[in-house]
Design a protein around this ligand. Structure first.
Ligand code: ZN
Length: 294
């Protein structure tokens, strides 16, 4: 089963709900960045929630999430858009700790418990939304719950989990966001709070093979749920040799001459997907010539 997310409403549209299976997305990030177990969970939870937040956008809109704690992983940066495309990196991928007192990957220790979570939404036509909140726990899900309550003023329940195999590959990853709109009844809110407090961890449900639809059914009961859309989710980075070449061209001829004569070529690595690019002196001189032609 490939990764996808489900958008739904419940209780006559007064509750918005999203659930995602993101195992392959997190595994792709692990392979690209060589993340160790605790770092995989930190990056994976952030990417999972970012994928859902991307799906809340429309058209060409996109967002960038930065989780900057004081822990050993350093900043985590994730881009997501309305098309289910997600890319991300963690500054130090080689972080792995013993399980915490609850028997879970100790994400708070890896991320840190002080710092900031920021969300920048690029809504086209030079319209940007920026929200920033302090990190409240470093467990990621709780930090996003706090972000939604404080910065967007939408009471939300956020869950995200990653299970890692002994060989560090990703066993299961997934998440959900449930948001209460104005007009939601007290009964609906009570029922939801009760279900969210009692369901098994989301990563356990994904490992058991539960689909995003099944997870929403567990949360709401089939009668209350109205599924609106299904969106495939993939790791996608738009970087390319053309983009790197354009960036180098923009540095100007003198700089390119230096790269040719002093460095004997140019190397570039994309932070987001860890793709390596190499430009030979020949490649570089072509960039120079095309600037002279302009
Ligand atoms: Zn890239």
């Amino acid at each position: 089963m490939s990764d996808y997310l489900i958008k739904a409403t419940a209780f006559e549209g007064t509750v918005r709900a999203y659930a995602i299976k993101s195992t392959e997305l997190v595994e792709e990030a692990r392979k690209r960045h060589d993340t160790w177990a605790t770092a995989s969970a930190a990056l994976g939870r952030t990417m999972t929630i970012s994928a859902i937040m991307g799906a809340m956008l429309k058209g060409e809109d996109k967002l960038t999430i930065k989780l900057e704690g004081d822990g050993p992983t350093g900043p985590i940066v994730v881009d997501a858009n309305a098309k289910g495309q997600v890319r991300g990196y963690i500054t130090n991928p080689h972080v792995d700790f013993d399980l915490n007192a609850k028997g879970k990957l100790d994400v708070a220790r890896a991320v840190g418990t002080a710092g900031n979570l920021s969300v920048v939404k690029d809504l086209g036509l030079k319209d940007h939304f920026t929200g920033q909140v302090p990190i409240v726990s470093g467990e990621v899900s709780e930090d996003f719950t706090y972000y939604f309550a404080t910065s967007e003023q939408v009471p939300s329940a956020v869950g995200a989990g990653v299970l890692v195999n002994p060989d560090h590959t990703i066993l299961a990853a997934g998440g959900f966001i449930v948001q209460v709109m104005p007009g939601a009844s007290d009964e609906a809110i009570d029922l939801l709070e009760n279900r969210i407090a009692t369901i098994p961890p989301i990563s356990t449900l994904i490992r058991e093979g539960k689909s995003p639809e099944a997870i929403l059914n567990i949360l709401f009961g089939e009668t209350n749920l109205n599924i609106l859309d299904k969106l495939p989710v993939t790791f996608h980075c738009p970087c390319s040799i053309e983009r790197i070449s354009n960036a180098i061209r923009g540095l100007g001829n003198d700089e390119i001459d230096d790269m040719i004569k002093v460095d004997g070529g140019a190397e570039a690595t994309c932070h987001f997907c860890n793709e390596h690019y190499h430009l030979s002196p020949d490649d570089l001189s072509k960039l120079k010539q095309s600037e002279e032609l302009q």
